[in-house]
Design a protein. Sequence first.
Length: 381
Amino acid sequence: MKRVLFVDQSQVLGGAELSLIDLSKQFPGCAVAVFSRGEFSDRLEELQIKMVDLDVAKGLKEVKRSGGRITEVAAIPALFSASVKLSRAAKDFDVIYANTQKAMLVAGIAGKLSGKPVIWHLRDLLTTDHFSNKLIRISVSAANHLVLKVIANSHATAASFIDAGGDPTRVSVIHNGVDSSAFTDLSTDESTRIRNDLGIGDAPVAGIFSRIAAWKGQHVMLEAASKLPDWHVLVVGDALFQNDQEYKDSLFRIVQKNGMDNRVHFLGFRNDVPALMAACDVVVHTSTSPEPFGRVIVEGMLARTPVIAAQGGGASEIVRHGENGFLFDPDNPIELRQLLYQVASDDTSGLLESAFAEAVDYYSVDRLVRDVRDVITSLNS
């Protein structure tokens, strides 16, 4: 089996990092190179996954998705310094596997310096909703010249890469897998305890699970709930950046304006997400821009809780309306509210069993690992 050196830029635990943890646990002898220490590296240490700290200079870490000439120029020395460090670390491995966009730039150069093949796991939609035109061009050009294989986490992600000029012959679509083990022993007693602790009781409750950011659309759920006086809302996740904090403040204003202080529960980041999802009557995904994948949707399916998702991107690849979940037009609280009424009144037991079976079977970590191994093996051909 090939020895894999994974690379990730993030200090925090996002969906990309959770997926990488699931992957790395299944590749004996692997290591994960991180740009710097943080919540993600702490989790790697807890799981006893070998880690390489690249100690990347500030200049590269400060490059934003929106671009900016000054920060981009300042990042060049840090980019090459990190690439040299990674190339040295790669000597004991067969493949360099970049898990994020900045990691791909570093890994691509390191691959040329070390002679190791590079794979990029593309987990972002390369559109101007998320990135500047300049950063999209840089990323696609680097991938076309420095990366042998691009793994896209959805057909939507693959299409965004190809539409931006990416080489389609390098692309394989592999949907994410989610570890189902945390969802197997959920009990009604635990759901009752959570509801009672939060003062919800038997009232209907919708849960929204993601970091707090404008494009994640928590405001859509709150606006829908403002006209649903019996419903409670769990907001699980928090703001990570300054502009996200400003958006979070705007959510507080929506709650106060509509007198929902006793019905909206801001819980921050939690380690008991499966139990919280199982305690909800509905898991709601409200992104106003298309999601690359939509991990929270699969988690809701595993929790046997009805899922309502904003259509577009990866979400529309996971959810088939009326079969394993429900879709609504993004940024449309009226349509969302109507679906909440519908889900609360309909018998969804058959839909939930179908959704759970699909999540366990197709969106499994075993299938993800098998498909990724096939791509790594194909590097020999």
